[in-house]
Design a protein around this ligand. Structure first.
Ligand code: FMN
Length: 374
């Protein structure tokens, strides 16, 4: 079994790219998962199953996911999503390190549902390898793959060389794959190559070696990505710089962000989602968020002092709000009662002050109702 050389588990997303009743796609995806990752439990969609050697496999069947034709008003590169179906799809794709697309060929091209699912997102795809398992008649689906490669490279995905191409007449019977040694070898070869390339690309996504996930922010050169352990030391330095101003404004050094250690930050990754923004490689902003019953708690919004005033804070706040899960009804955050600059930023973003707690009069709480959509 292949494993990821970096020691980090490889999170594989297998995308089933056909939706019609009676389709072959799920049977082919099922064969691929069982053959290439024989130790993986067939996971349920919400909780990807982990194999003993650390590979996790999530199968995203586009028929179940049921995305409508692209209905987001903003360009996906903004990362600002109006609809819950987009946010769900975004979380699923963002969580992956590598993709296997199981696709038929329709009229010498890729299925429209695949193109649509790709178009919905942008930076979630970037700097991740993708392999294709195609199927069809004489061409074994390879023309679909050629078309898809042209699209995925625009999204900064890296198509790998290893591939599986099934001729339906030879390789399937009664809607199932007829396994053979050659096909099994091809499936395992895909996983090995995917794993190696995912490992090599990982530094591009952590910001250590390049610009992953370039996003359309308010100034040029910004990249936004979910924080990785390698970001945390730099993040701690940024956090302390940012909260010095808060200490002056509120006349106290007794602020948790100033006391937090690297271990605290590491531990926070298990309970919070944390995003880092880099400008031309340098960490310039961050924010974190988590659910608390019906609230989407947003915290530790920080922008490097020399970058303040150029819109990064508002833009990142909007991004964090956009990541709120469907079950939440409002966003909530707090700040020092004398942090007038922060309070103004939050109010401009639509937050309103809620009652101050008697036991923490120095802290103001703000909330904003979420715009709920289908
Ligand atoms: C709309 C449509 C177009 C098709 N075009 C092609 C084609 O261009 N080349 C090919 O090899 N097979 C083509 N086929 C046959 C498919 O390869 C075959 O039906 C396959 O099972 C489709 O995948 P699915 O069952 O997962 O939908 C086409 C099938 C459909 C429904």
């Amino acid at each position: 079994m292949s494993s990821n050389n970096s020691g980090a588990p490889l999170r594989l997303l297998v995308i089933v790219a056909s939706t019609r009743p009676g389709r072959l796609g799920p049977a082919i995806a099922d064969w691929f998962v069982r053959t290439a990752t024989p130790d993986a439990d067939r996971p349920d969609a919400d909780r990807p199953g982990a194999t003993p050697d650390g590979i996790t496999v999530d199968v995203a069947d586009l028929a179940d996911i049921g995305l409508p034709l692209l209905d987001e008003p903003e360009h996906p590169a903004s990362g600002s999503y109006l609809h819950e179906h987009t946010r769900r799809w975004s979380r699923r794709v963002a969580a992956a390190d590598a993709f296997v697309v199981v696709t038929p060929e329709y009229n010498f091209g890729m299925p429209a549902v695949l193109k649509n699912a790709l178009d919905f997102l942008y930076h979630e795809w970037a700097w991740k390898p993708v392999a294709f398992v195609s199927y069809g008649n004489t061409s074994a689906g390879t023309r679909s793959v050629q078309m898809a490669k042209q699209v995925v490279t625009t999204l900064k995905m890296m198509p790998i060389g290893a591939t599986v191409a099934l001729r339906i007449a030879e390789s399937t019977r009664d809607g199932r794959v007829v396994a053979s040694a050659a096909l099994d070898r091809a499936a395992r070869g895909v996983l090995v190559e995917l794993s190696r390339v995912a490992c090599a690309l990982r530094p591009l996504r952590t910001g250590a070696g390049g610009n992953d996930a370039t996003v359309g922010g308010p100034v040029e050169g910004l990249t936004l990505a979910e924080a990785r352990p390698a970001d945390l030391a730099e993040l701690l330095v940024l956090q302390r710089c940012c909260w010095v101003q808060e200490a002056f404004a509120n006349d106290t050094l007794d602020l948790p962000p100033l006391r937090e250690t690297l271990d605290d930050l590491r531990a926070s990754l298990s309970t919070w989602r944390l995003w880092c923004v880099r400008r031309n490689g340098r960490l310039v902003a961050a924010v974190r968020a988590r659910t608390d019953e019906r609230a989407w708690l947003i915290g530790r919004l920080m922008v490097a002092p020399d970058q303040a005033g150029n819109g990064i804070g508002s833009w990142l706040l909007a991004y964090a709000e956009g990541q709120a899960p469907a079950e939440t009804t409002h966003c909530a955050l707090f700040t020092g009662h004398r942090s007038t600059r922060n309070i103004r930023l939050y109010q401009r973003a639509g937050y309103t002050l809620s009652a101050t707690a008697d036991d923490t009069p120095d802290i103001v709480h703000l909330t904003k109702e979420r715009q709920l959509t289908a």
